[in-house]
Write a protein of this length. Sequence first.
Length: 407
Amino acid sequence: MTMAVNVTSEIGRLKKVLIHRPGIEIEQVTPDAMGQLLFDDIPYLPAMQKEHDRFAEVLQEQGTEIVYITDLLEQSLQSHEEREQFLEKMMTESRLTVNGSSEALKEYLLDFSTADFVRSMIGGVLKEELPNRKKKHLYEWMDRHYPFYLDPMPNLYFTRDPAAVIGNGISLNPMSQEARRRESLLMEHIITFHPDYRDARVPTWINRGYDFPIEGGDELVLSDTVLAIGVSERTSARAVEKLATELFTSGSGFEKVVAVEIPKRRASMHLDTVFTMIDHDQFTTHAQVVDKDGRMNIFILEPGDPVRITKRSNLKDTLKEVLKLDDVNLIPCGGGDKIASAREQWNDGSNTLAVAPGTVVTYERNYVSNELLRQNGITVLEVPSSELVRGRGGPRCMSMPLVREPV
């Protein structure tokens, strides 16, 4: 039986993947709003789109089916009733239902075509778009103070984070940062209402309404029985235990969750910025977080009531243990050079996307790391990234695998 979603490894041949081509939401990022929208700089959208198009082409050249989040949303919002229901949720989460101030916006948006409606959900709605005669509240008139009715979602091209396929189910992630929390609402709607997923009744391992955050960049499917999760700037230990408990009690097939503690800082915000799997026994690492001996705080969670937890202190030994390997090769970002390592880590040199065992997509700018991967027998497919990298994420961040071949 063909499953709607199925991911049981990080390296199985990538058959189907969800991505988002950056759009008008990127041009809503201004110097004043950068911090709130989680950007360090303002990308140039036309160049960014060309780079993202090349990323999509590379995946297609490897035989991967590309699906875009905007297309799936349009296909799951065909009726007026579906759009109205979705808009109510979006406005509630954006706190636009307070004092009845959402009525003018609702009336405005529901007159749009489905494509324009989706574009506005992602790109945001400016106060100046609505005529003054529709404005009833003080904040609506103060467009210089804050220009948006509905905030844009410029981070959405990092489709990895709002949700993650684990086995034949999905985690709909309660995200850490307010600027990104509505992104998982899009995924929830697709899984619930899109015909490809609605009838498949995809299991949900964790719901976006859970009280503690978890994000897809911290979720790595190491095998069909082992999941690694980073406890990080964006993922809580409570959410890790909640997800592990659900996996263990739901018949998912997962037997171990490896919780890896990483520093809570911008350069290592998710586990996949410091550690990714690229072959059966090879992994990229960030040398300033994972030293050559692999020493880290690691906890293995296994089924029990409560969940059984044991501590480990060596990443290399832990990987050998849980994956039943004789040895593993940790390949440090930037090699042993402190300057190259710091520079290329900032530019997501460790954030590789495996499209098959031993074949990865990387940013071309990380030439030291890419050459080191090749020296270790890895096939490296490079994509341009002068603008994509400004959002602080790499090829793995920009992709949400839906189906991988079993390893």
